[in-house]
Design a protein. Structure first.
Length: 271
């Protein structure tokens, strides 16, 4: 391994020396042109000729736009969790799996996949409004709106969805923590910044998800207690109660059509 590293280093040094020698053979005229070009492009983010920035200094360089796009794509999962119904849905389904005591059934891929499908279903009206008022006008051939206006319209539709689910207590809490100026008549929706609305929305979603998880645990807890009492009365102390109660839990869940009840309850609460 060490010998291989030395060989690679020697090849790199040889290539560098060859490039330096070729650079030294250049004519003074070409060298002067290169220096002039470097001086001309000083202060501009270097890019390829076909993606260079326009002359308008107010516009962001294409390289920076690509960097911002890659950053947004990397943060897309976190954004999806924060501003949509995904948080409540995935937590409730995870509570259901624990209440049934089925270990890893359904698997994580199924839980997350179902949560994503339900999230798309819940967010479809908001997504349609964003496409109608922000994306289509921005991509229009005639009189398109600016990127800033499109982002503002898209943010407005997301704020409408989050305000429907956020609790006033949570909004007041985060407004007071961030020390937002308060009017005599109180805060309105326009006074709440998006960076305050998002954590208030997430806290409210967590609260509702845990309440639903508690309600899911109750019937299965009763089954566990009944089975444990029967086993103790029969003197079967060495038999785990979970092993006996698991089939009864699954039977009860199937008889009451549990998946339809839970999914329907989740979707109706976002209506």
């Amino acid at each position: 391994m060490f010998v291989r590293s030395l060989l690679v280093l020697a090849l790199l040094l040889g290539a560098a020396q060859t490039a330096a020698a070729q650079d030294g053979k250049k004519s003074p005229e070409s060298h002067a042109k290169a220096m002039a070009q470097d001086k001309k492009d000083d202060g501009v983010v270097p890019t390829q000729d076909w993606i260079k920035r326009e002359d308008d200094k107010k516009k962001v360089a294409t390289t920076l736009e690509i960097l911002l796009l890659v950053t947004v794509l990397a943060l897309a999962p976190a954004i999806l969790v924060m501003v949509t119904s995904f948080t409540r849905i995935v937590i409730v389904l995870s509570f259901l799996r624990r209440a049934l005591s089925t270990q890893e059934l359904p698997p994580n891929q199924v839980i997350i996949g179902l949560s994503l499908v339900l999230t798309f279903l819940v967010m479809s009206p908001t997504a349609a409004a964003i496409k109608r008022d922000a994306i289509d006008p921005y991509m229009a051939d005639k009189n398109p709106i600016s990127q800033k206006d499109a982002m503002k319209k898209a943010e407005g539709h997301l704020r409408v969805f989050m305000f429907k689910q956020a609790r006033p207590q949570d909004l007041t809490l985060f407004m007071e923590i961030t020390k937002q100026p308060k009017k005599a008549s109180g805060w309105t929706e326009d006074d709440v910044p998006t960076e305050v609305l998002i954590p208030a929305f997430v806290v409210g979603e967590l609260r509702r998800a845990f309440i639903m998880g508690f309600a899911l645990f109750l019937p299965f807890l009763v089954i566990d207690m009944v089975i444990a009492s029967l086993l103790m009365s029969m003197g079967m102390f060495m038999l785990p109660p979970v092993l006996v109660s698991l089939p009864f839990k699954i039977l009860l869940f199937v008889l009451v059509d549990g998946w339809a009840l839970i999914v329907g309850s989740l979707l109706r609460r976002f209506a």
